[in-house]
Design a protein around this ligand. Structure first.
Ligand SMILES: C[S@@+](CC[C@H](N)C(=O)[O-])C[C@H]1O[C@@H](n2cnc3c(N)ncnc32)[C@H](O)[C@@H]1O
Length: 272
């Protein structure tokens, strides 16, 4: 049922885009007012509902230290809501009228300094300094963005309204408000550190295979090999179980450090 709803939503967005439902033209007499469903470069404009914007920011656990970038920022609502929480936030939007409208909206809300906007194509823009990325696009566009996102700093949070990342399972998902009727779900992914390979440990080695944030592999200690289980990354944080013991730690570059069963220290050095 849920898959059908998502498919229907995707079709609606794509069809509206293809049909080219009328965009309001800016005139000197009439201030620009966008129309829900108006065409966009790769996807039409449909605004995220205000309640879901706040839930998406909660989900991302934003702090004033974060720098949020909204990809395809529409009328600027997510960027402005983030700026109101004290963050620096930036929107990338292809439609110049929406960019101008966003700037006016930000100024009217008193956050024109912290909320900035650029006219551009998200696929031609550098947003690598973002610590939080938000989006309301389409699954196909999310999948095109996926390799770029996966190269961002580990720990960066990515939150998407309604559309998933294909076979990259989300770390968290929410259903939105009970009264919400369309585009009510949001998904979060945390960019995982890249840890696939062989790691030397005191008395043995750890071999890891990585699929996004999920890990499989083998821990060999004192000549005894054990498959690891319940193993994953959360940003730089690694956790796995082996031989009845729980390993947690942090991966930084070629080194991992952590604790076994909350007490004994362990370290690992990358070999390949
Ligand atoms: C579904 S709306 C979401 C707007 C806003 N993020 C929100 O949640 O309210 C998608 C937006 O992406 C913009 N867009 C589409 N393709 C784009 C592209 N390649 N680069 C930049 N913006 C794009 C559209 O103009 C539209 O404003």
């Amino acid at each position: 049922m849920r898959q059908f709803q998502i498919l229907a939503a995707a079709c609606a967005l794509t069809l509206l885009s293809a049909q080219g439902i009328s965009a309001q033209q800016a005139t000197t007499a009439t201030p620009y007012a966008p129309t829900v469903g108006q065409p966009g470069k790769d996807v039409v404009w449909v605004p995220t509902q205000a309640a879901l914007v706040e839930q998406m920011l909660d989900m991302a656990e934003v702090t004033p230290q974060d720098y949020l970038v909204d990809l395809g920022s529409g009328d600027g609502r997510t960027v402005i809501a983030a700026a109101k929480r004290g963050l620096r936030a930036h929107g990338i939007e292809f439609n110049p009228d929406l960019v101008e409208l966003s700037r006016r909206n930000a100024a009217a809300e008193g956050v024109g300094e912290r909320a900035t906007f650029a006219q551009g194509d998200i696929f031609q823009s550098d947003f690598s300094r973002a610590t939080v990325v938000t989006m309301f696009l389409l699954q196909s566009l999310n999948e095109r963005l996926r390799p770029i996102l996966l190269d961002m700093e580990p720990g960066t949070r990515v939150v998407s309204n309604t559309f998933t990342m294909g076979n990259w399972e989300p770390d968290q998902q929410i259903s939105g408000e009970p009264n919400c009727t369309s585009f009510c779900r949001a998904y979060k992914w945390i960019i995982p550190a890249k840890v696939e390979g062989r790691w030397r440990m005191a008395g043995g080695e750890l071999r890891l295979t990585q699929s996004y944030q999920m890990l499989t592999g083998t821990l060999t200690l004192n000549g005894r090999a054990t498959e690891i289980s319940d193993a994953r990354m959360q940003g730089r944080q690694i956790s796995f179980s082996a031989d009845g013991r729980r390993y947690v730690g942090e991966a930084r570059g070629d080194r991992m450090t952590g604790q076994v069963d909350g007490a004994e220290a362990w370290t690992a050095q990358r070999e390949s």
